[in-house]
Design a protein around this ligand. Structure first.
Ligand code: NDP
Ligand code: PYC
Length: 337
């Protein structure tokens, strides 16, 4: 059996769960928004199943549910630094966004650095918040040590997501958003819950042997996507969105938390670029040229990334978000706490 619930009703329920757990509205509202956006867009690895992890992290005292983030403009420069003050990344992003947009429009290129945040969310909502302003965006963050480097056999890198967005006037933006591991760790947890084996090549067990058992994979190490290429990109994210911004790397996050059962605490790097300014004085309109490229991709029968997600969004907005019996029961249970 399944149940349909409107985006608005689900948002109210998730926000209510967080408020009842003692969070401030300033933290609860953006967090509910990103979780419901995941569920709405068919990204279950970062949808409502994450609520329990939020509550565990609050109960463990590893995140401040009432944090009031502060944005430091750093003069008129290109770097906007936001101190999340131990709260969730989502409220901190919202706090820095207006300044980031202003700086990127003015300078052509600007960066937001978020420090000291708990971050477990999908990145595309942040990318889309920038493409809405006509900006291209690149967002990345570490996670906790769960991925073996290519050629290695023990967890070291995080699943380190990276998302990119390009604005498309009058259309959904071009967006990709993925873990630099073969799949998000959330996918492994969802396979475990469903009692399903993993595809070959996703993970190894604690002894470094290939495994399709989700439980053994969670105890062992995940594989980077694309072998040495994903491993190098994951390492770049540790460098840029960990070490360079003065925040924790994935192995340091795991040392700090001592577990992957809680949401990870680290920083995040958001780059915003103005295609108008980069292309100024050069032939051709960058947005029109991009459309020709997208058409050529689709002209071969290929689909654009996020096409599935946008279709899921349109359907959920029209017909409601579909939850399974187990998901509805879990939501009721959390509402009754
Ligand atoms: P997926 O492998 O599910 O998807 C990756 C991207 O590829 C999506 O943009 C997807 O678009 C696109 N895509 C998939 N199939 C095709 C195709 N056939 N042709 C073109 N494009 C395609 O993502 P992951 O499992 O790696 O990551 C899922 C989420 O997990 C991400 O949102 C990520 O931010 C999040 N995450 C967050 C972490 C954190 O620490 N905060 C850590 C790791 C992951 P579409 O959605 O339309 O299918
Ligand atoms: O799914 O890999 C993941 C993940 C890690 C932290 C948040 N999401």
């Amino acid at each position: 059996m399944t149940h349909a619930i409107s985006v608005e009703d689900l948002s109210r329920q998730v926000e209510q769960i967080f408020l009842a757990a003692g969070m401030s509205l300033g933290q609860a509202a953006p967090l509910a928004r990103v979780i419901v956006a995941g569920e709405r867009d068919g990204c279950k690895s970062h949808g409502i199943y994450r609520i329990e992890g939020v509550l565990r992290t609050l109960e463990a005292g590893k995140v401040r549910g009432d944090a009031d983030p502060v944005a430091h403009p750093a003069g008129n420069g290109a770097i906007v630094r936001v101190d999340a003050r131990g709260g969730f990344s989502n409220a901190a992003f919202d706090r820095g966004l207006p300044l980031l947009v202003e700086r990127a429009a003015e300078l052509g290129l600007a960066a937001m650095v978020v420090n000291d945040c708990t971050h477990f969310a999908a990145l595309w909502p942040e990318v889309e918040a920038l493409t809405e302003h006509g900006l291209a965006a690149l967002v990345m963050c570490p996670s906790y040590a769960t991925v073996a480097p290519a050629g290695g056999n023990r967890p070291l890198l995080g699943t380190n997501p990276m998302a990119f967005g390009w604005p498309r006037p009058g259309r959904h933006p071009y967006v990709f958003d993925f873990a630099t591991s073969v799949a998000a760790r959330g996918e492994i947890e969802l396979h475990r819950r469903a009692g399903k084996p993993l595809p070959e090549g996703w993970a190894m067990d604690e002894a470094g042997r290939p495994t399709t058992d989700p439980q053994a994979a969670l105890a062992g190490a995940m594989m980077p996507f694309g072998g040495h290429k994903g491993s190098a990109i994951g390492t770049m994210i540790e460098l840029l969105a960990g070490i360079m911004i003065g925040d924790l790397t994935s192995p340091e996050v795991l040392d700090y938390l001592g577990t992957t059962a809680l949401a990870p605490f680290h920083g995040e790097l958001i780059l915003a670029l103005s295609p108008d300014q980069f292309a100024a004085g050069r032939p051709g309109n960058p947005f029109a040229r991009a459309e020709r490229l997208f058409q050529a991709i689709q002209g071969q029968g290929a689909r654009l990334p996020s096409q599935r997600r946008f279709a899921a969004r349109d359907k959920a907005n029209a017909d409601g978000i579909v939850l399974s019996d187990a998901e509805s029961a879990q939501l009721d249970h959390l509402m009754a706490r």
